[in-house]
Design a protein around this ligand. Structure first.
Ligand code: NAD
Length: 299
């Protein structure tokens, strides 16, 4: 008999990087399910403003996902104010794009620290709370760049591939331990947020709204889905790409222009975002602006 969808009302979630974008939309969607939500963000002022806007079942807290003490304090405070943690959404992430050979080391380090070490830390800290209770669900936000190496975003793609591998491996460990903790990873196409601003377009894919990713996260929590594609058709394209000979799959990617989505980004539109992203790890200094790939590069 099919498993009944889980009822989320009354549960508690903590969402990283939820002051804006996908995290903000996810907080709104989880609150609409009757959950209590802690909004953590390196931009503490924006986290507090988002929580105030979303109402009394939300709290806004300072969080730097790259710092173990900060992450532990975020989860402690969230549990003190809202109750035991049922759900952690590891959403905080940055995407600084440009040609790999031009990327400075600090930019690469910052993306690995936030997008990968932040998720590793979050999973360890949440599992330490969830395993003794034998309940909980961790949702890690990857990207379609977690399955496809995106030119113009090599280090970003590497971090998102790593999140997929990490989630699969830890899920396997939990199964071997007999633990009932659920793990999911979410792979959205381009979303209309600051991080997704000024990107190129692939044929046959429309940009998503943050609420569409949030709805997919709600569905994953309710149904226990492990691998979450947004839109769902992304899976078909990925499976097709994997079974075709490389010459054909690369030809298909070129025909759909998926290889140009990051490489053709409009650097002027992205300037404000790139500057903010370069200040997203307080422990590291801000990086200089990156040279970007001109649209004719590599042809
Ligand atoms: P966004 O920039 O709108 O929001 C990200 C939030 O994370 C910001 O509020 C930022 O302050 C916060 N943050 C950054 N560094 C942090 C840190 N060290 N500690 C805590 N918070 C930190 O971006 P978004 O588009 O909402 O992205 C959310 C997630 O979705 C990211 O992991 C991103 O890689 C992923 N994603 C985005 C897209 C897209 O096109 N927007 C597509 C696929 C996946």
């Amino acid at each position: 008999m099919a498993k009944q969808p889980r009822i989320l009302a009354g549960e508690t979630a903590a969402i990283t990087g939820a002051a804006r974008g996908i995290g903000h939309a996810t907080a709104r969607a989880l609150l609409a399910q009757g959950m209590r939500v802690a909004i953590g963000d390196v931009d503490a002022e924006a986290a507090a403003a988002t929580a105030a806007e979303l109402g009394p079942s939300a709290v806004g807290l300072a969080l730097d996902v790259t710092d173990r003490d900060s992450f532990a304090a975020f989860l402690d405070e969230s549990e003190r104010e809202l109750g035991p943690l049922d759900v952690l959404v590891n959403n905080a992430g940055i995407m600084q794009i440009g040609r790999f050979i031009d990327e400075d080391d600090l930019t690469a380090r910052r993306m690995v620290d936030i997008n990968l070490h932040g998720v590793i830390l979050g999973m360890k800290l949440a599992l330490a709370r969830m395993i003794p209770r034998d309940r909980g669900h961790i949702v890690n936000i990857s990207s379609q760049a977690g399955k496809f190496g995106a030119p113009g975003g090599a280090t970003y793609s590497a971090t998102k591939h790593a999140v997929v591998g990490l989630t699969e491996a830890v899920r396997g460990e939990l199964r071997l331990m007999g633990a009932q903790i659920e793990l999911s990873y979410v792979m959205p196409y381009v979303v209309n947020t600051e991080l997704g601003s000024g990107l190129g377009q692939a044929r046959g894919f429309a940009n998503l709204e943050p609420s569409e990713v949030a709805d997919a996260i709600v569905e994953a929590l309710r149904l226990g889905t492990v691998e979450v594609w947004v839109p769902k058709s992304g899976k078909r394209t990925n499976v097709l790409g994997a079974v075709l000979p490389r010459r054909l799959s690369e030809g298909m990617a070129r025909a759909m222009k998926v290889d140009r989505v990051l490489a053709d980004a409009d650097t002027i539109t992205r300037r404000g975002y790139e500057m903010r992203a370069s200040r997203s790890e307080p422990g590291l200094g801000g990086a200089p602006e990156q040279p970007q790939i001109p649209s004719s590069a590599g042809e």
